[in-house]
Design a protein around this ligand. Structure first.
Ligand code: ZN
Length: 376
């Protein structure tokens, strides 16, 4: 779901990112706003219609951002850290760690999004209605249109299918009633898949009726919802599984250690090229003093490799994400997702005894599935 994304800024302590998929949708929406402006307001010049379209698109994405900010701020107010807000294909997503908290928090965080969109709809409607006399007709009309769009946004998000806000509301209610997050997520995920398939069916029906653009659009959103609903349940299952597993079961142990006086050239030839690891601990007299990473080596020009030493380039352990061998893997998973380096060091008594990267985890899961399948 999240491909390449760029950081665009920070609002109220929350990082705002834009996913690469969003650029396409931003252009499409601006273009459709332009079509609308040039059809509805025939008196507008091309320049005027383009300007109006850009204003409308900015206000639309601003509305989506405010909706997501509302989720993020309520999360933070409830003491739940928010990773970031990412604008992607169909709007926005707020990434927060809500999983371990109670149904009450989940309800509040979910409900505030559609509420905010409804308030925005009211505000745009007010500007269109009250300012309608003073504003030029195209401008007042655009505000009125944005009021409807925000109302639609509130309505669509209230559809009870995970991961939409309505699905989260449903999950919090089932969670409250049954006391089981797992069952609640299963119900909300199935509801999300059902809603998704309904949208796909509506899309196909509308295609058959000759509405090409609308049909593809509906089918696409439906398909996306089915995938996202399924993925959210699988992620929960993964977390459940990892809760019973410790870091030392998953880590790559038996680490090769690099001496600090080795040249980078030898480190590349004898370690990085020979073994499938992105980092090696640097040891001096049996003590780990740092970490040599492939990423770090790549930053040094190749012609300097024979003369530079590992010691100059290694990163101190203090800058790394560190866990104990008996740390539970569901927590480690969170740290892997958070960290920029994509790597967690397993440290016992100040010694690096293992490294966990996403590929170590994938390898472990593959083995686990193979053995689990045979046991049945
Ligand atoms: Zn929302």
């Amino acid at each position: 779901m999240f491909g390449t994304s760029w950081r665009v800024g920070r609002i109220a302590g929350v990082e705002v990112r834009i996913d690469s998929s969003w650029v396409v949708i931003a252009l499409l929406i601006t273009y459709s706003m332009y079509l609308r402006a040039s059809i509805v307001y025939e008196s507008l010049s091309t320049g005027g219609a383009v300007g109006l379209a850009i204003l409308a698109a900015v206000l639309f994405f601003g509305s989506v951002l405010v909706h997501e900010l509302a989720h993020a701020l309520v999360s933070q107010a409830r003491g739940i850290r928010v990773q970031d807000i990412t604008l992607f294909l169909f709007g926005g997503a707020t990434r927060a760690r809500v999983e371990s908290r109670g149904p009450g928090d989940e309800f509040l965080i979910a409900v505030v999004g559609p509420l905010t969109s409804a308030v925005l709809a009211g505000l745009f409607g007010l500007v269109a209605g009250v300012g309608g006399g003073a504003l030029p007709r195209p401008l007042a009309g655009t505000f009125g249109y944005l009021a409807w769009v925000n109302l639609l946004l509130a309505g669509f998000n209230l559809v009870p299918g995970f991961p939409l806000d309505g699905g989260r509301l449903l999950r919090s209610v089932v969670w409250q009633a049954t006391g089981s997050l797992r069952r609640a997520t299963r119900v909300a995920s199935l509801a999300g898949q059902a809603v998704g398939w309904l949208l796909v069916a509506a899309g196909v029906a509308s295609l058959l009726a000759g509405n090409l653009a609308g049909g593809i659009w509906f089918a696409f959103i439906g398909w996306f919802l089915v995938q996202a609903a399924r993925a959210s349940y699988q992620e929960l299952q993964l977390r459940d599984l990892l809760r019973g597993v410790e870091a030392e079961d998953v880590m790559a142990g038996d680490l090769l250690r690099v001496p600090p006086e080795l040249s980078l050239q030898d480190a590349v030839d004898d370690y990085f090229m020979r073994y499938d690891h992105g980092a090696f601990p640097v040891d001096e007299q049996g003590r780990t003093i740092g970490l040599l990473t492939l990423r770090g080596v790549r930053r040094v020009p190749r012609e300097q490799w024979p003369t530079r030493r590992v010691r100059e380039l290694m990163v101190p352990l203090g800058d790394q994400v560190v866990v104990a061998p008996d740390a539970r893997m569901d927590g480690v998973l969170g740290k892997l997702e958070d960290g920029e380096a994509g790597r967690v060091l397993v440290v016992e008594d100040g010694e690096v005894v293992g490294i966990i990267t996403p590929s170590d985890l994938t390898r472990w899961l593959r083995r686990w599935r193979a053995l689990d399948g045979r046991a049945r």
